[in-house]
Design a protein around this ligand. Sequence first.
Ligand SMILES: Cc1cc2nc3c(=O)[nH]c(=O)nc-3n(C[C@H](O)[C@H](O)[C@H](O)COP(=O)(O)O)c2cc1C
Length: 357
Amino acid sequence: MGPATSQLYARILRPILFRLDPELAHRLTLAALALAPPIAAPADPPELATTVFGVRLPNPVGLAAGMDKDARALNAWNLLGFGFAELGTITPRPQPGNPRPRMWRLETDRALINRLGFPGAGMAAAAARLERAARRARSIRVGLNFGPNKDTPPERVAGDYAALTRRLAARADFIVVNVSSPNTPGLRDFQAPARIREIVGAIRGAAAPGVASPPVLIKIAPDLDDAQIDALCACALDERISGVVATNTTLARAEAGVAAPYPGGLSGPPLSPPARRVIGRVYAATAGRMPIIGVGGIASAADAFEHIRAGASLVELYTAMIYQGPGIVGEIKRGLVRLLAREGFRSISEATGTAAK
Ligand SMILES: Cc1cc2nc3c(=O)[nH]c(=O)nc-3n(C[C@H](O)[C@H](O)[C@H](O)COP(=O)(O)O)c2cc1C
């Protein structure tokens, strides 16, 4: 996927897709991507290879959650050159999500606002797809992002994560506990340490006897203040959580330099500074001992590199795929190779957290 792919996308595909309702455009794109054959992308340069929370990845650039909620297009993520894909949010039972409209493009900001509320086919459907993919010897590493159903009462939320683990852990290279989507009422309250302990306990208790549960990560919001981040990190270290995904979308508008009347979570470049602040704070609060997946507003190799220098071991993106198309993945990887060489780093892990040092 070279510069020609990006030009083709910008000149032909994007103008067509942007005439459509954002959700329809997304559905059509995903339906097309689901047809991708099981072909591996060309091998990545060795300096991009990295091992994080025990998982070896060919490159550090992953697909962020939300793009492929139901695990429909694994082959495509592999073919497009992602080093891994975070699928979901998957809920135990199927649910329709919030009423429409629930997704908007902010074209001048190259941003999106969504309040989808986890529409999805539920864990049984995701499990069936992942089992089929496993039989075809999939090669891309997969993180499964879990969330509770909207109508699950707060005292049963931990039970939802346990049910998801029982059904899906065997198919995951790592699990992401999503407690940070702004569109499921009350979900962000589960970022409090006591509730994280409860969820992590439920997940560990649900792993099959004798089988180690995959690494468990927590995905957090950019709207936490420093004290909340510090408390969460202390709990994460204490509970031996494998990593933090920072961050989800933001509820901020004016602070992010955006004036838009739509409700929901903002993603894309305006999210980059707040996300980077949280990455830096998590890195400092954990003394670099907790791997971070940096996500939020990455639209270029330079953006990815700044998240890495702030403390990320891996990065992910979503909104840049909408504005720049799939060529962005190769562009970021090529740019990272150049930036590593320019700054004298031999690997991504050498660059991680260097902004703090
Ligand atoms: C339309 C849309 C749907 C999303 N759905 C989810 C989701 O289901 N679960 C989740 O953890 N994050 C979800 N996200 C958040 C992304 O994973 C990511 O954290 C956020 O968009 C910031 O990255 P970006 O600026 O590269 O898009 C969604 C984002 C968008 C734009």
